[in-house]
Structure formats: C-alpha cells, structure tokens
Design a protein around this ligand. Structure first.
Ligand code: VGL
Ligand code: ZN
Length: 211
C-alpha cells in the first residue's frame, strides 16, 4: 500500500441500506468488509463522511409541490435529482452504521447540512444559489497530512462515491474505488459508472487485492 494513501468511507449509513429511506441495492452487503478493512489499519489516514440533512432539505421531493422522489428539477440552473427524505440529522437512519467499529477513523465529515444546497462529494458541495461549489476543506486536510491518493468505499457507487472520486482527480489526487465495497442506488447505472471511472483513470480494485 502506498504510504501516502487515505481511505475515504462514504455515507455508510442505515438510510442507504435495505429497509432505509433511500436504500442502495444490497447496500448492507458492504458492512462486514468495511469493518474488516478498518481493522487492518492499512491506511495512513481514514476519513468517513456522513450525509446529514436538516429536516426540509432542498433535495427532498416532499419540498417540491407535485414532484416525486427520483424526478429531476432544475435548481440554480442545473439538474437536481429529488430524493425521499433521508439522513435527517439525529435520526437512526443517519447514524454511522452500528455494525462497524468506527474507532480507527481520524475524521468524520458531515455534509449536506445547508438547507438549500445538496452535497454528494466529500470534497465540495453541489452548486449553490451563487453558482459556486463550496469546499468542505477535505482536500486541504488530506494534503496537509501528506496524502496524495485516495481509496473510496461506501454508498452510493453511482452518486456520492462517483462524485467524490471525480473531485479527487480534479483536485490532483490519484483515486481508486474498492468496487466490492460499494453499491449503487440505481443498479442499472453500473456499466456507465464503471466506464466513466475507467475513462477518467480511476483505479478499480477489489478489497481482496489490497495488500
Ligand atoms: C447520496 C443521494 C442523496 C449518496 C446522498 O450518499 O450517494 N445519494 N444523498
Ligand atoms: Zn443526501
């Protein structure tokens, strides 16, 4: 393992798993593997993100009259997918999954806390009303700790994991996805997600290949 690599655990929360508000296909299947990976302490730094929305968040379909979850609307001049209410602050569905021992994690980064802006990537929020994407500060945090490469795991493969690794590359990090420790919200998206990642030069690895 590259000594300068960080593990980034994206939104491993019950609401993204079967029975949750915005379940990913087989989302719970990644829990044991992530717990085992954390116990191995392979990485110099470990960061977990937590989707953490206030009630009435702009991404919730319920806030938009006549709109249903998974429909798209224009928001601040860009397409916004509307979601069921999910990961509402201080609910059990928003917790870091209780099946994982989180103690080795160095940083827990909450995102999506602004009522009017959605947030998929660990690095930058989605576009806000002023047309910018506010930084979460994670790129600086990683750089100041000597990190040059990330390995992403978690949920959802086609949304927050994808946006995180795209931003990582744009911000100058090498990026990898541990494919078997991710699951998609839309399973039919897998071929497109894989092709996008391969086209960008993102490493696609399996957890069993990690040293
Ligand atoms: C996510 C949709 C809405 C994710 C978060 O974690 O991929 N997807 N909020
Ligand atoms: Zn969300």
């Amino acid at each position: 393992m590259n000594h300068h690599a960080a593990l980034v655990l994206i939104d491993v929360q019950p609401d993204f798993m079967p029975g949750g508000a915005l379940a990913c296909h087989e989302g719970d299947a990644i829990v044991p593997g992530i717990d085992q990976l954390l116990r191995r302490r392979l990485f110099r730094q470990t960061v977990a993100t937590q989707d953490w929305h206030p009630p009435g968040h702009v991404s919730f379909a319920r806030m938009h009259a006549g709109k249903a979850p998974f429909e798209q609307i224009p928001l601040y001049g860009r397409p916004q997918t509307l979601w069921p209410d999910h990961c509402v602050q201080d609910t059990t569905g928003a917790a870091l999954h209780p099946g994982i021992d989180w103690s080795p994690v160095d940083l827990i980064l909450r995102k999506g806390t602004r009522p009017d802006v959605d947030s998929y990537s660990a690095f930058q929020e989605n576009h806000g009303p002023d047309g910018t994407r506010p930084s979460t500060g994670l790129a600086g945090w990683l750089r100041e700790r000597g990190v040059t490469e990330i390995y992403a795991v978690g949920l959802a493969r086609d949304v927050c994991v994808l946006w995180t690794v795209q931003d990582a590359l744009a911000l100058g990090f090498r990026a990898n996805v541990v494919w078997d420790l991710t699951r998609p919200v839309m399973p039919e998206s897998d071929a497109a997600t894989r092709a996008t990642l391969e086209g960008l030069g993102v490493g696609i690895v399996q957890s069993a290949e990690l040293p």
